[in-house]
Write a protein that binds this ligand. Structure first.
Ligand SMILES: NC(=O)c1ccc[n+]([C@@H]2O[C@H](COP(=O)([O-])OP(=O)(O)OC[C@H]3O[C@@H](n4cnc5c(N)ncnc54)[C@H](O)[C@@H]3O)[C@@H](O)[C@H]2O)c1
Ligand SMILES: [Zn+2]
Ligand SMILES: [Zn+2]
Length: 345
């Protein structure tokens, strides 16, 4: 089968790979019909993730059709259409019992990281019963791809951890797909202000359409001043970091109001300064999280009732043969105006 293979920092290629086989009785093999590219895939390509070795098939998002199942898979059958979660989990271990599926002792976020991922014709999904979701007849499969990772990520790591509350002031640094997913799901709680910060005017325009009450282009280095003006000099109650570099986390440290929460979403490959000399007396909370996908069943209900439209995030579509072009387009979002790109079998 054809697959997109990571070749070490800055390198990737489309290669012929053997079709995956069932390894454990709880596995399923899924024929991937639609997948996409995540900001995390770009971090892997930068060499930020030591867990992902060269030779790995990338990708942790997608939908597909069950091709085969192990003997112990009871929920799914060959031919079923399924949503693939970016987190594979056993449901039984210490962390799974605490709903911290991302830290499943034999799973977690392993797809396209510690095991081969979804940017291929077929993928092996461990713990199929708990790591896949059935797709209803007539459901919009493109919209569902947004539920593999970015919607639960924006919601769990940003909105829930950030304690977004009615009437609160929220700033989201990073208006990429994940920041925009946080923007969409923050609106479940009716915050007073939703301020989006990015370097890219196009992404900020999109944020306005998605419900941002204000946008700030931080290119001039004056984002903190702008946000202070909008919040009566207090700063925000929730600052969500959705980029994954030191300067944007440090910006969150300058934006946060006393009593506020900094919710980090970004994957960081480098050291970040923690300014306790400024923050120690401000009663703030800092949270980090790897998405658990514990909110996926809830988000599926929200999607079913058309309360949010994650399909708005899709800007480009490619066939699998053009996946390198898809990476190029996603990696140069400022020029191409790409948000999520769909790659179809
Ligand atoms: N914690 C988790 O479980 C989890 C899950 C998925 C993704 N992530 C991470 O979330 C982050 C965002 O993902 P994405 O897919 O939206 O990525 P992305 O690369 O598409 O978006 C990042 C955005 O940040 C903006 N940006 C870059 N530098 C900036 C700066 N100095 N100031 C302001 N904005 C800046 C870019 O213009 C872009 O719009 C990544 O770090 C990704 O790895 C984390
Ligand atoms: Zn991801
Ligand atoms: Zn587990």
């Amino acid at each position: 089968m054809k697959a997109l293979v990571y070749g070490g920092p800055g390198k990737m290629s489309v290669e012929q790979k053997p079709k995956p086989q069932i390894k454990a009785p709880t596995d399923a093999i899924v024929m991937v019909t639609k997948t996409t590219i995540c900001g995390t895939d770009l971090h892997i390509l930068k060499g930020d993730l030591a867990t992902c070795p060269p030779g790995r098939i990338l990708g942790h998002e997608g939908v597909g059709i069950i091709d085969s199942i192990g003997d112990n898979v009871t929920t799914f059958h060959v031919g079923d259409r399924v949503l693939i979660s970016c987190v594979s989990f056993c449901g039984k271990c210490y962390y799974c019992r605490r709903n911290m599926y991302s830290h499943c002792t034999t799973g977690g976020w392993i797809l396209g990281n510690e095991i081969d991922g979804t940017q291929a014709e077929f993928v092996r999904i461990p713990y199929a019963d708990t790591s896949l979701y059935p797709i209803e007849k007539g459901a919009d499969e493109e919209a569902l791809v947004m539920l593999s990772d970015i919607l639960p990520t924006g919601f769990e790591c940003g909105v829930l951890n950030g304690r977004v509350a009615p009437g609160s002031n929220v700033a989201i640094v990073g208006s990429g797909p994940v920041g925009l997913a946080a923007l969409l799901t923050a609106q479940f709680y009716s915050p007073a202000q939703l301020i989006m910060i990015d370097l890219d005017d196009n992404r900020l325009d999109v944020a306005k359409k998605f419900g941002a009450t204000a946008t700030v282009n931080s290119t001039d280095g004056k984002a903190a001043e702008a946000v202070m003006k909008m919040t009566g000099g207090r700063g925000v109650d929730t600052a969500i970091e959705a980029v994954g570099i030191a300067s944007t986390f440090e910006l969150c440290e300058t934006l946060i109001a006393p009593g506020g929460t900094i919710a980090n979403i970004g994957v960081h490959g480098k050291k970040v300064e923690l300014h306790l000399e400024r923050l120690w007396d401000r009663n703030i909370t800092i949270t980090t999280r790897l998405v658990d996908t514990a909110s996926t069943p809830m988000l599926l209900e929200v999607l079913r009732s058309h309360r949010i439209d994650p399909k708005q995030l899709i800007t480009h579509r490619f066939s699998f043969e053009h996946i390198l072009e898809a990476y190029d387009t996603f990696g140069h979002a400022a020029e191409t105006k790409a948000l999520k790109v769909i790659i179809e079998a």
